[in-house]
Design a protein around this ligand. Structure first.
Ligand SMILES: O=C(O)C1=C[C@@H](OP(=O)(O)O)[C@@H](O)[C@H](O)C1
Ligand SMILES: C=C(OP(=O)(O)O)C(=O)O
Length: 415
């Protein structure tokens, strides 16, 4: 594929959030009642969860602008399930599937087969679940999971905790608490809590790293209509592209979203990039390109595109939280450094911080990203600095994991 653009412009409706769609689908499957899901996303990760929900709800219908899920609230997973390459699908739905007493096998494909899953081996047996597997997928479980007060390590991924939260919220029984040591990606936990609350679940949150579940305080919500938010993670590409050169009007983004990647606005502010919200749209245009310092421990998906933006800023930027990148679809810390070094940018990981001395990007470079959607999009962003045609030899299709229309949107808005 040939990529050739130096600026971006126009008005673009940002695709729906996969983190939001996947959570709402899971809750709709577990909930007793009917849920209309409006504007769900259609990335591979969302379709993976959708396939599992179709297999386990009572009735799944396509409706105008979305999906309708009818479910009886019996939580009985009866079938083995396949998560595609979605980390969230595996880590959210395995504890949920363990609510049933059936033996269920969980598997996936590609990079998901090497991502850590030892949380299940360590934690689920404490809740009465028999687990077979070697710390990675495939894993076989046999419940029923019985919620109990538990303290867990949250340092590898928040997704396991979201899975426990969903399982605890939909189980019957006494009041119980999850206490998390070293939580990371905390906004994703807040998003899980927000979705569960929408479905009537009581979840107290007295302090960071602690969630209380009390089924007696749950509300019954037989009929729900949930509009899926636009995705701040997909928007991040357009925000960085406009900050580098051009201007974009991005539709659908909520200024008070709980999504982690809204944190990109902090980098924009520091970099002297003008942006504002106007009638529900985010308007961004290129500005001073000052270097910035940001902690991405809680918003790791911003690393690839923000690193490429930092490469074009005039000075040294510091992005911390590098340890969060090791277990994604690729080792993103390594891949970002390879990309920037191919661009002749001085970049080094110092302890947990990526130090990027931006400003002098070379006009010609080559880089072959791994089959990792966020690294492919970051490479497309880097192509803005490349003079003439940049050839992407492999892995263009990887964007479908989160953003199937990415190349079509780039053809439309890249100049
Ligand atoms: O819960 C979610 O929707 C996600 C949580 C994050 O993972 P970690 O908690 O592993 O950082 C993020 O990187 C991933 O893309 C989506
Ligand atoms: C890491 C990601 O997703 P997941 O963990 O759900 O596979 C991502 O979208 O960048």
């Amino acid at each position: 594929m040939v990529i050739n653009f130096t600026s971006v412009s126009g008005t673009l409706r940002i695709p729906s959030s996969k983190s939001h769609t996947q959570r709402v689908l899971a809750a709709a499957m577990l909930h007793r009642g009917t849920t209309d899901i409006i504007r769900p996303g259609n990335s591979e990760d969302e379709l993976a969860v959708c396939g599992i929900v179709r297999d386990h709800c009572d009735l799944f219908e396509e409706i105008a602008n979305g999906w309708r899920v009818h479910a009886s609230g019996n939580h009985s997973f009866t079938k083995d399930f396949f998560c595609g390459e979605s980390g969230l699908a595996a880590r959210l739905l395995t504890p949920v599937a363990a609510l049933s007493q059936n033996q269920i096998s969980v598997t996936g494909t590609g990079s998901l087969l090497t991502r850590p899953m030892h949380f299940f081996n360590e934690v689920l047996p404490q809740l009465g679940v028999h687990v077979e597997g070697n710390d990675c997928l495939p894993v076989r479980i046999k419940g029923p999971l019985c919620p109990a007060d538990i303290t867990v390590d949250g340092s590898i991924s928040s997704q396991f905790i979201s899975g426990l939260m969903f399982a605890f919220a939909f189980a019957a029984g006494n009041a119980v608490a999850i206490t998390i040591k070293n939580p990371v990606s905390i906004p994703y936990l807040n998003l899980s809590r927000q979705v569960l609350q929408l479905f009537g679940k009581y979840i107290g949150h007295p302090e960071t790293g602690s969630y209380l579940f009390d089924p007696r305080k749950n509300e019954i919500k037989p009929q729900l209509r949930v509009e899926i938010e636009a995705d701040w993670s997909s928007a991040a590409f357009w925000i960085c592209a406009a900050a580098i050169n051009g201007s974009m009007q991005l539709e659908g983004l909520s200024a008070d979203s709980l999504q982690a990647d809204i944190a990109i606005l902090k980098a924009l502010q520091q970099s002297g990039t003008p942006f504002h919200f106007e009638q529900g749209n985010l308007i961004v245009r290129s500005g001073e390109r000052r270097p910035f310092t940001i902690d991405l421990t809680d918003a790791p998906d911003l690393f690839p595109v923000l690193s490429v933006f930092a490469a074009g800023c005039n000075g040294v930027s510091y992005l911390s939280g590098v340890h969060r990148l090791k277990h994604k679809e690729s080792d993103r810390a390594l891949e970002i450094q390879k990309l920037l070094s191919d661009m002749h940018i001085d970049c080094a990981a110092e302890k947990d911080t990526l130090r990027i001395a931006g400003g002098k990007t070379t006009a010609s470079f080559q880089f072959v990203p791994p089959a990792d959607h966020r690294m492919v999009m970051a490479t497309a962003l880097a192509a803005m600095y490349h003079s003439g045609d940049f050839r992407l030899h492999h892995n263009a299709d990887a964007v479908a994991k989160s953003y199937p229309l990415f190349w079509e949107h780039l053809r439309r808005h890249g100049n």
